[in-house]
Design a protein around this ligand. Structure first.
Ligand SMILES: NC(=O)c1ccc[n+]([C@@H]2O[C@H](COP(=O)([O-])OP(=O)(O)OC[C@H]3O[C@@H](n4cnc5c(N)ncnc54)[C@H](OP(=O)(O)O)[C@@H]3O)[C@@H](O)[C@H]2O)c1
Length: 341
């Protein structure tokens, strides 16, 4: 059975605290003067926490920001407008635990002829136990992994993320559109992907729930490397770039579903030691917009430090098997699955 690195949230948090004291090598490479006027950004899970702060930061830099959320519509968007001083912010409904909403979200972007320069896949959950969704899949598997696979396939197929590989709508002079996966360094040392149990629903409790979080980040990172290979014949000259970042420990409400006592303990640790979402969002903006990442794909940053992901993520067979199993599960649960990549 697959497992993640941590099954104790307090140990995971303490490991995170140490990260804050590490030198942030490239933090001066992003300044408030780095602008992205005229660009369009999508941020999932942007109504609160890190995603909200990313939306504010990108809006301040002059981009049109599309906040794809399942709640707080339109209040969160109004707040982003107010804090960023930009009116160029829209909210759209997207619930990653409901596959039909991914289709309607993508259809909506297509109808509006929207193309994305930057796509930040931020939404995620940390759930203390198994939770069956309407599709029969476990919620953490669906929200933290498979829905990102589905969303990316649909955005690429429809040319909403412009590309020359499938939709062939990218102009020669266009810079590669960039996709950023918000991950976690806790993925390091998670087990190999269990391809036999992949996508299978079963009941489990707190311990497995906790280590599922880091395990599905390893799965997500494996997707980032695999899709990067599939979309880029020449990875030194990407058609679309797919990079990954761990924002480090951030004081958000990510533990909202933990049992009461653990939640209170963690909230105390978070509020004293963890970075604010605003601070953590800077590293995300850096990997998202900086010229330093031009021509780079499948890169990984841990806050402002370049790093290698877990070695298993780079094993070619792991990515191929993950892709095949993701396709199988998508087809099984969604009669509108469209596969071109
Ligand atoms: N906090 C940390 O220390 C930390 C460290 C490393 C990585 N991260 C990653 O950072 C990302 C953001 O997390 P956070 O810390 O900001 O936590 P958060 O405050 O709990 O925010 C999570 C976001 O994801 C959204 N979301 C959850 N389920 C969704 C669904 N089914 N459909 C659409 N959106 C959904 C939430 O929307 P609702 O408000 O509607 O639920 C919320 O906007 C996650 O990927 C997390 O794994 C966090």
């Amino acid at each position: 059975m697959a497992h993640g690195r941590f099954d104790n949230p307090v140990v995971a948090s303490m490991t995170g605290i140490l990260d804050i004291f590490r030198k942030q090598k490239l933090s001066e490479r992003l300044t408030d003067n780095d602008r992205i006027d005229g660009k369009t950004c999508l941020v999932t899970g942007a109504n609160t926490g890190l995603g909200f702060a990313i939306a504010v930061d990108l809006a301040k830099r002059g981009a049109k920001v599309i906040m794809a959320c399942r709640s707080q519509i339109p209040e969160a968007g109004e707040k982003v407008k107010k804090i960023s001083g930009s009116d160029n912010v829209v909210m759209k409904y997207l619930d990653l635990s409901k596959i039909d909403t991914i289709h309607s979200f993508v259809a909506d972007l297509k109808n509006e002829n929207i193309t994305l320069d930057f796509t930040v896949l931020n939404a995620g959950v940390a759930l203390p136990k198994a939770k069956k969704t309407a599709s029969g899949l476990d919620e953490i598997f669906l929200v933290n992994y498979l829905s990102n696979f589905i969303l990316l396939n649909l955005l690429l197929n429809n040319g909403i993320i412009p590309n020359s590989t499938i939709s062939k709508n990218k102009k020669l002079e266009d810079k590669p559109s960039r996709v950023i996966f918000i991950s976690s360094d806790s993925h390091q040392k998670s087990s190999f992907i269990d391809h036999d149990e992949f996508g299978r629903y079963f009941e489990y409790g707190l311990k497995k729930g906790m280590n599922n979080y880091s395990y599905y980040k390893l799965v997500l990172n494996t997707l980032a490397v695999e899709i990067s290979k599939r979309m880029n014949k020449d990875t030194a000259n990407p058609d679309v770039s797919f990079n990954v970042i761990c924002p480090g420990p951030v004081n958000t409400n990510i533990v909202r579903d933990a049992p009461w006592l653990i939640r209170m303990l963690l909230k105390g640790i978070f509020s004293i030691f963890f970075q604010s979402p605003e601070k953590a969002a800077k590293a995300v903006s850096y990997i998202t917009i900086s010229n330093d990442f031009e021509g780079k794909t499948a890169a990984y940053m841990h806050m402002f430090n370049p790093k290698e992901m877990d070695y298993k993520i780079y094993i070619p067979e792991e990515g191929i098997k993950l892709w095949e199993h993701s396709v199988e599960v998508w087809k099984r649960v969604d009669e509108n699955a469209v596969l071109n990549i």
